[in-house]
Ligand binder design. Structure first.
Ligand code: UTP
Length: 398
């Protein structure tokens, strides 16, 4: 059992003593629960707000890219068949990131349960399940589907699948696993308490996927089952072609650790992350990192749309790598030093989030497969306006 003294020493070392400010006001059960939460925190990974992460001069360069639209028919057929063979041989698994909170969309329940026409068969989850079914028929195989949820939406996600009979898939081919949580900090770098005996914790960002897969024994299971490629995608693209054989065939022929689908930026000034290299290493480069000249560079026009193929061996090698936290300025319900509750109207702290693409620089190679935006990318991020559910519903009804 963790003792108060041990925890006090731990928090003092990292200047987080306020976490036990209300300890003596709690009952015994609450005290133990708080000590356990603190015990599980990796305080050494909490970013220091005083150390300014000054960007040194980085060099941005392009990566090899192939336009799917420019493939000759014969080559396309060869790559497609190669992808179907790999699926048939059971060498491909699918990992879906569905642990996000979808705050911009403001939908009650997991984002995957939003529908195109009010029926569960047109939910984002169902659309992806249908894609998997289509590829299963094509390759005459059962494709394992791993779905990452969060402690917030896990139960509702499982219930939605069970209520809808796994959208025609076999129960045993769908595995849910829960991502970890991380704390939030004040502008001064202090970890935020949600209540006197409770640390505020939220899903730790989609970059938590690799350690969560490892912890759940999924990487091992995949290896034991002969998986070589992991098709990896977001929940919120209504047109994603899950387990696309053409993409699989392309990735396998190219042999890079990571292959990434992209769409061409609508205009050079579109505010999206592009695929390229930072200091010679594969990366997603944020809009803000690019100079005006780089934004117009003809070879830096590949927008990241969150569709990737990872070699299982690569994830095996990197699952333990510690990725940097990114700070997301948010409204965080908390408790003031005098013990009163704060329900902020303005952002008052920073959630700590990991991004999956921070593993990209660890890859020895990455290649880009540029696809048609019209056919493959319809993001559902907001309720209305650009990249919205409203837009997606209109497309589906036409
Ligand atoms: P977004 O970055 O769009 O986040 O997720 P979100 O939570 O869905 O939406 P907002 O930003 O709160 O409005 C991109 C993908 O990463 C997953 C999401 O489910 C989505 O598929 N994700 C995000 C996770 O799996 N876990 C997280 O902690 C965050």
């Amino acid at each position: 059992m963790t003792t108060y003294e041990a925890i006090h020493t731990k928090v003092s070392m990292y200047h987080q003593e306020h976490l036990v400010d209300f300890y003596h006001e709690l009952d015994e059960h609450e005290q133990q629960a708080l000590l356990k939460q603190i015990d599980q925190l990796d305080l050494s990974s909490i970013p220091s707000m005083t150390a300014k992460g000054e960007q040194t001069n980085t060099s941005i360069t392009a990566l090899p890219s192939q336009s799917a639209l420019e493939l000759a028919d014969q080559e396309k057929a060869q790559l497609y068949n190669r992808g179907v063979s790999l699926l048939s041989e059971g060498k491909v698994a699918v990992v879906l990131l569905a642990g996000g909170q979808g705050t911009r969309l403001g939908h009650v329940g997991p984002k995957g349960t939003v529908t195109m026409d009010d029926t569960p068969e047109t939910s984002l989850f169902a659309l992806q399940a249908k894609q998997i079914q289509a590829q299963q028929r094509e390759a005459n195989v059962q494709i394992p589907w791993y779905i990452m949820t969060s402690p917030i939406n896990d139960k509702d996600t499982r219930t939605f699948f069970a209520d809808n009979h796994y959208f025609g898939l076999k129960r045993e081919q769908v595995t849910f696993f829960i991502q970890d949580v991380s704390p939030a900090i004040t502008p001064e770098g202090k970890i935020i308490l949600a209540d006197k005996g409770q640390i505020f914790q939220a899903p730790n960002g989609n970059g938590g996927v690799f350690t969560s897969m490892k912890k759940a024994g999924i990487l091992k299971e995949m290896k034991a089952n002969g998986i070589e490629w992991i098709f990896f995608n977001n929940i919120d693209n209504a047109l994603v072609q899950v387990a696309d054989p053409l993409f699989i065939g392309y990735a396998d022929r190219d042999g890079a650790d990571i292959s990434t689908k992209s769409v061409k930026k609508v205009t050079p000034s579109e505010k999206v992350g592009v695929l390229g290299q930072r200091d010679g290493k594969p990366a997603v480069i944020e809009y803000s990192e690019l100079t005006e000249e780089e934004r117009h560079h003809p070879l830096l026009q590949d927008a990241n749309i969150g569709i990737h193929l990872f070699k299982l061996d690569f994830l095996y090698r990197t699952a333990d790598a510690s990725l940097p936290y990114h700070l997301a300025h948010k409204k965080i319900p908390s408790i003031a030093t005098d013990g009163t509750k704060i329900d902020p109207v303005e952002p008052n702290g920073y959630k700590l989030e990991l991004f999956y693409f921070d593993v990209f620089p660890l890859a020895s190679s990455m290649t880009i497969f540029q696809v048609d935006r019209e056919n493959e990318f319809l993001p559902v991020k907001n309720k209305t306006g650009q990249d919205s559910l409203e837009e997606a519903r209109t497309r589906f009804s036409s």
